[in-house]
Ligand binder design. Sequence first.
Ligand SMILES: Nc1ncnc2c1ncn2[C@@H]1O[C@H](COP(=O)(O)OP(=O)(O)OP(=O)(O)O)[C@@H](O)[C@H]1O
Ligand SMILES: [Mg+2]
Length: 247
Amino acid sequence: MAVDPLIELRNVNKYYGELHVLRDIDLTVGKGEVVVVIGPSGSGKSTLCRTINRLETIESGTITLDGRPLPAEGKALARLRAEVGMVFQSFNLFAHRTVLQNVSLAQVKVRGRGRQEADRRSRELLDRVGLLNQADKYPAQLSGGQQQRVAIARALAMEPKAMLFDEPTSALDPEMINEVLEVMRQLAREGMTMVVVTHEMGFARASANRVVFMADGRIVEDRSPDEFFTDPRSDRAKDFLSKILKH
Ligand SMILES: Nc1ncnc2c1ncn2[C@@H]1O[C@H](COP(=O)(O)OP(=O)(O)OP(=O)(O)O)[C@@H](O)[C@H]1O
Ligand SMILES: [Mg+2]
């Protein structure tokens, strides 16, 4: 594909003690690409996401973002974290801050924006995720789906180059899943570079450029959603699909 690479992992290996959790991972995510990562529990999907914004260190290999190796520590690492937005299954909002403050805080602390400028941007982003009217509430006063949309707005407020989503809808009641997926579909349409760990195969089919299937710390398949879903090559992927598509 003739797109510029934004995230590149080359021959990445990671261990937790004796456990070899990422094995010779090679993955390129182009600018504007949406890559959905799927695979059985324990296959290394979360670890993969966490290495990309260096919440986890790696034992060997290289990871570059926009052509530059990931910084190891200090200010450069803080900047990197801002450049790669991350949204987790649990929303991780600050409970004692309002929705608006949650979205503004890091803009002031990490990006050095003035309070008013930060709040103005926060309101724009809350509007985009359909929550402008909730700006003055506290997280506990919102539904799970609303909290997750705040978490997405908060990550976007850093103007990230890429967004990582680790099972963003897994903790949500069914009726709230779609409102979060809709925000993600919109982001994908707008050209955001995204790595998404999800069991939402509808999202993968409709919005992903590629599906990466992991098993036992390896990338077993890396193909278009169409090819992957209609003709999975590996037994592991066939087995996995037969299980999840039954639901
Ligand atoms: N902090 C840790 N210390 C030790 N082992 C860990 C740690 N985090 C994860 N592991 C192990 O690493 C392997 C990969 O875990 P990971 O969380 O990346 O899997 P996953 O594909 O995200 O699974 P799930 O679908 O259940 O979220 C698992 O065997 C897990 O038990
Ligand atoms: Mg996980």
